[in-house]
Design a protein around this ligand. Structure first.
Ligand code: NAD
Length: 495
């Protein structure tokens, strides 16, 4: 099949000299420093983005601060929900444009950009829109002794925390950016986003659509650039909360920086080394399609996807044979070709990192299947299965964030749980079995923020998401996000 036609609107957008999006408009960049955005399938520079100065970051934060106290504070919860729904409508109307921008800058398969990234962005925005009218406090009855017939009552109220800094990674920049926008705007906060330097364009375009949706100037601002830009943002004086999604080392550094600034609140959605446990009774033919999709979606560059497979000894040989056969059928190629099943890694820095892990596996003779870098243009590697030397093998311990999976056999449930939990991370895990009683006994013992049964990687706005151990702090979605974006005020009254 041939590649999809790039829309004229996308061509025009990528050829713009992009600055930032501050107070409702695209601004010219102050600095001449720029970062090249490279199409990972072709290695061609398709656009450049500006690197924000500290002054520009402060301007964006000032605008968000003003909008918080005036424009956004003056809206009713109903209006906030309506505006988020209008933004969701506009994302739907511009779906192909946004999907193409994502695919050009991340190498995400075009159908994944359409049906997961953009389609789920709409679902999440609408979910958050629904919360705007449902955030409330409680009433309490204090037990203070009454000396002269006086009475007491008390209530709590939830108030928006203020200006949020949203720092976004490159793997699902539009969707993750909109998780932060949705949570901030529905609670009454305003936001300054810092997209990844590898995939900046879709959030710049979204900020324009937000103005079209009637969201007042200053409520959503976007400053572009590198990690330094993110640091300016965290240190900017009106930032009340940092919502970060990205790697563990960056998350820990950001957490420390935020705490130093008079305890700026922080929520951290970080990496993982997620485990999938395939129990003795699992039917390999039945589970394989779902497991493959969950593992190799977006070339494994999904924080929630599994990288460690634990297989009951009795099913090990069958599993390896069938899994190897299946991944060797993946059609690797251009992400703009709708028939491609597996695209490139998203950027050169990440490609180099994954190559090192593949080299390590080859040097130690650990490759079961795949393991090679594809010759030619683009950041392509094969989907790969590795055997590990033991639970202290670096390939078993470190997040590759790529299409590289370790397989390891287990015999008893105790051994399974010990090996699954042998990790500093705890983002997600899954159990594959039709023995529900056994799965229900294992689930409480697994150290992870999310555990799936007979599925993995799927997120839903109604279900909280976040990590334990070094995989993060705080929860997104459901009603769990409300606490992170609001202050709880207690009011006590004597009458
Ligand atoms: P990263 O940590 O390198 O960068 C994330 C963002 O932080 C980027 O915008 C970057 O410019 C910015 N940044 C970098 N250094 C900074 C600093 N010192 N101060 C402020 N900002 C800084 O992560 P990445 O490579 O973009 O993303 C991949 C990682 O993200 C993986 O580890 C993956 O598991 C994780 N991730 C987690 C989730 C989740 O929800 N738990 C979702 C997606 C990705």
């Amino acid at each position: 099949m041939s590649e999809v036609q790039i829309l004229a609107s996308v061509q025009q957008f990528i050829t713009r000299q992009h600055g930032h999006f501050i107070h409702g408009q695209c601004t010219d960049a102050e600095s001449s420093e720029r970062v090249a955005l490279v199409n990972p399938a072709t290695e061609q520079v398709i656009a450049t983005i500006a690197v924000a100065t500290e002054h520009e970051v402060d301007q964006a934060v000032q605008s968000a601060h003003d909008a918080f106290h005036h424009a956004w504070a003056d809206t009713s919860p109903y209006e906030r929900g309506q505006k988020l729904n209008k933004l969701a409508d506009l994302v739907e109307q511009h779906a192909e444009e946004l999907a193409q921008l994502e695919t050009l800058t991340t190498g995400k398969l075009i159908n994944l950009s359409r049906h997961l990234e953009v389609a789920q962005t709409v679902v999440f925005l609408r979910y958050f829109a629904g919360w705007a009218t449902k955030i409330h406090g409680q009433t309490m009855q204090p037990s203070i002794p009454s000396m002269q017939g006086e009475k007491y009552t008390a209530y709590t109220m939830r108030q928006p925390i203020g200006v949020v800094a949203g720092i976004v990674p490159w793997n699902f920049s539009l969707m993750i950016g909109c998780w932060k926008i949705g949570a901030a705007l529905t609670t009454g906060c305003t936001i300054v986003l810092k997209p990844s330097e590898f995939t900046t364009l879709s959030l710049l375009r979204l900020a324009e659509l937000a103005i079209e949706a009637g969201i007042p100037a200053g409520v959503i601002n976007v400053v572009t650039g590198t990690g330094q830009t993110g640091q300016y943002l965290i240190d900017s004086k009106y930032i009340k909360k940092v919502s970060f999604t990205g790697s563990v080392p960056t998350g820990i550094a950001i957490g420390q920086q935020a705490m130093k600034n008079d305890l700026t609140r922080v929520s951290l959605e970080l990496g993982g080394k997620n485990a999938a446990a395939i129990l003795a009774d699992a039917n390999i033919d039945e589970i394989l399609p779902t497991l493959l999709q969950a593992t190799f979606v977006h070339q494994g560059q999904v924080c929630a996807a599994p990288e460690r497979f634990f297989i009951h000894q009795s099913k090990y040989d069958e599993f390896i044979e069938k899994l190897t056969g299946a991944i060797q059928q993946f059609k690797i190629g251009s992400p703009l070709d709708e028939s491609t099943m597996f695209g490139p890694l998203s950027n050169k820095a990440h490609f180099d990192k994954v190559k090192q892990y593949l080299q390590m596996a080859q040097n130690n003779d650990q490759v079961i299947s795949g393991g090679k870098v594809l010759a030619g243009i683009g950041y392509f590697v094969e989907p790969t299965l590795l055997k590990v030397t033991g639970v202290d093998d670096p390939l078993f311990i470190e997040e590759t964030f790529g299409p590289v999976v370790d397989v390891i056999a287990f015999e008893s449930d105790e051994e399974l749980i010990t090996m699954m939990n042998h990790s500093r991370f705890g983002l997600t895990a899954s159990v594959w079995s039709n023995d529900l009683a056994k799965a229900l006994r294992l689930i409480p013992q697994i150290e992870a923020g999310s555990v799936w049964v007979n599925m993995h990687t799927f997120l839903d706005p109604a279900v909280p998401f976040g990590g334990v151990k070094a995989s993060g702090q705080g929860r997104e979605f459901s009603d769990a996000f409300i606490e992170d974006y609001t202050e709880l005020k207690s009011v006590m009254i004597r009458y």
